[in-house]
Write a protein that binds this ligand. Structure first.
Ligand code: AHR
Length: 348
């Protein structure tokens, strides 16, 4: 007896067959695109067996300086130079950096490079990297961990020294102006709260300001190293105090915002202005302002760290010992030493 099916049963069968076909298609295309690759299968190793695989966790893209730093690392750890780089932007969040580092560990990269957004809270993830046997190179900003063996080396800037240089410059500047004993009202625009760059620059400056009873710190606020926040914080300061003599702004981006706010308030800045501007970083645009006398002094923070990292990796690859800490050379720029020639050579 022929089995006859109801029309609804037929439709069900067709729908199921179609669904199966779609699933098969997804599986096929997905596996071609590598969408279902298990992290443990080390996808990069299949593609780049001859390359040194480096996971880089950049803390964000808050400033011009940061973009230059990212570019420097990307240029140094390029395919042409024998690297396969996995890059991750943490957008200013420590939790994103921790996630990125864990993913690098899961992918069994050869090296981890990271610029820590803040100084503390890295023990656990660094311990995980250590247990996985992956060397960690800390870039730009420092970390605060009791066990220094949790990372291989640090390459970056000496932010305490940068802060100290700002203080020493102000000391000399006031002497030259015959104002060494006058009361000087200062406001400080600080970078990202808890970052080593912010802590270091604040500490370094305090080492000098602490020696001068006539240096009166009116206020200190966090400006997150961004133009927008720098302007906002400066506007607050200008509303609160009408007798600011000196602005210490812990990076150029905040300085750009602060200068805008000062000018909008009707006051002037720089060498012939009402308010002395001390900035940090020395990116191209800021150096132009130094040359024009708008920024009085810019304490350099050098973002070109990529080549150092590449050199450190080469040393480690050849089994050599590396130092625990490498500080990059940095300068102090005023109208006296920002020449046309210097600006022409400046790449960031
Ligand atoms: O850690 C370096 C600081 O971070 C730079 O001064 C600043 O521009 C950046 O965002």
């Amino acid at each position: 007896m022929a089995i006859s099916m109801k029309p609804s049963a037929y439709i069900n069968k067709i729908v199921m067959a179609l669904m199966l076909a779609v699933l098969l298609l997804i599986a096929l295309v997905g596996s071609r695109l590598g969408l279902f690759t298990d992290l443990d299968e080390e996808p990069h190793i299949r593609e780049d067996a001859d390359k040194i695989v480096v996971g880089v966790s950049q803390l964000g893209s808050e400033s011009g300086w940061r973009s230059a730093n990212t570019e420097s690392v990307q240029n140094a750890l390029s395919k042409q130079n024998g690297y396969f780089m996995i890059f991750s932007n943490a957008r200013q969040k420590q939790e994103n950096q921790i996630k990125a580092i864990r993913s690098f560990i899961a992918q069994r990269v050869d090296y981890i490079v990271f610029a820590p957004v803040v100084k503390s809270g890295w023990e656990t993830v660094l311990q995980e990297a250590k247990e996985a046997g992956i060397p960690v190179i800390i870039m730009d900003r420092g970390v605060d961990v009791a066990d220094k063996n949790l990372y291989t080396t640090f390459v970056g800037t000496d932010s305490v020294e940068e802060g100290r240089r700002a203080g020493v410059w102000l000391e000399e500047h006031l002497k030259k102006q015959g104002k060494a004993d006058e009361r000087i009202n200062i406001v400080i625009l600080k970078g990202t709260e808890g970052s080593s760059a912010q802590i270091g620059r604040t500490t370094g400056f305090a080492m000098v300001s602490g020696k001068h009873n006539n240096w009166n710190i009116l206020g200190q606020k966090y400006g997150d190293f961004t133009i927008y926040k720098g302007k906002e914080v400066m506007q607050d300061f200008l509303e609160m105090y009408d007798d600011i003599d000196v602005v210490i702004s812990q990076n150029d981006d905040m300085t750009f915002g602060a200068i805008e706010a000062i000018r909008e308030s009707g006051r002037t800045v720089g060498i012939d202005g009402d308010i002395t501007i001390i900035s940090f970083d020395a990116v191209y645009e800021a150096l132009e302002m130094v040359a024009e006398g708008i920024i009085n002094v810019d304490i350099e923070c050098n973002p070109n760290q990529g080549e150092y990292i590449s050199e450190i990796i080469s040393l480690l690859e050849s089994g050599q010992e590396v130092e625990k800490r490498y500080y990059i050379e940095e300068d102090v720029f005023t109208i006296e030493n920002v020449t046309e020639e210097l600006l022409e050579k400046r790449t960031y």
